[in-house]
Design a protein around this ligand. Structure first.
Ligand SMILES: [Zn+2]
Length: 248
């Protein structure tokens, strides 16, 4: 089965396979529940909407962003404490050594930055914490999700900055021996898309050749060749893995 496997799990390509399949629970809908939780950074309580179940049908984007309905649950992938502004996937879980970072001026400035939508700021704050503890792969993922939040808010300049940062952090991850996607060539494919969508076309073209030289499986080859065509057409837009597969 052709699929791009990200660090956060397998993302299927085949529509027949993904249609009706539910990553989180039953039913073709998304459910949330409210929970009052205690922040592990400051010890204060706040209420949050947490994801109960969701459903996805169709193809992920070239950068592995899932299709609807999971696509619209992005806001549930990061929590922000309203008291101290600690941002994490789960602020009630034992925190990494984040206190110093959260207290810092640069962190608090990022949390309220008018340059980004609030959801992107939360992901970027989480990225700052992860980078601080040298978890560059998680910091890269958080930066890429910040870009998705900017895409949704139609803030393209902010999205570009997030993608540039995601590339830097993913490359730091690779230098540090950390993986951010398991499938051979998937990391190259993700980097190519981040580079293309942030306008770094020459870098993207080089990364395509690096990816192809690893002789990855066919779906990755098709994604990389599709990216090559998008670069030739100076297309900086969002495209799906299904489009790459259909274009072979
Ligand atoms: Zn807090």
């Amino acid at each position: 089965m052709a699929e791009i496997v990200g660090a956060e799990g397998a993302i299927g390509l085949d529509r027949k396979r993904s249609a009706g399949k539910n990553r989180f629970g039953k039913g073709h809908m998304t459910t949330f529940y409210r929970e009052r939780i205690t922040c592990q950074n400051c010890g204060k309580a706040s209420e949050h909407h947490r994801l109960g179940s969701s459903y996805q049908s169709g193809s992920p984007d070239l950068d592995t962003r899932p299709p609807e309905l999971v696509r619209s649950t992005l806001h549930a992938e990061v929590e922000a404490c309203p008291h101290c502004h600690y941002c994490a996937v789960d602020i009630s879980s034992p925190a990494a050594d984040a206190a110093g970072c959260v207290r810092s001026e640069v962190y608090q400035k990022q949390f309220k930055s008018p340059e980004y939508p609030p959801l992107a700021n939360a992901f970027l704050c989480n990225a700052m914490i992860q980078e601080g503890i040298a978890n560059f792969a998680a910091a890269g993922w958080a930066s890429m999700k910040a870009a998705w939040a900017c895409d949704d808010a139609e803030q393209s300049a902010a999205a570009n900055k997030c993608r540039v940062q995601a590339v830097e952090l993913f490359r730091k991850a690779l230098s540090a021996g950390q993986t951010f996607a398991d499938q051979l060539g998937a990391e190259d494919a993700m980097l190519v898309d981040l580079l293309r969508r942030s306008g770094q076309l020459e870098e993207a073209a080089k990364q395509i050749e690096m990816g192809l030289s690893k002789r990855p499986e066919e779906i990755i080859v098709q994604a990389l060749k599709f990216e090559r065509a998008l670069i030739a057409g100076r297309d900086f837009g969002c495209h799906t893995i299904q489009e790459a597969w259909d274009g072979q």
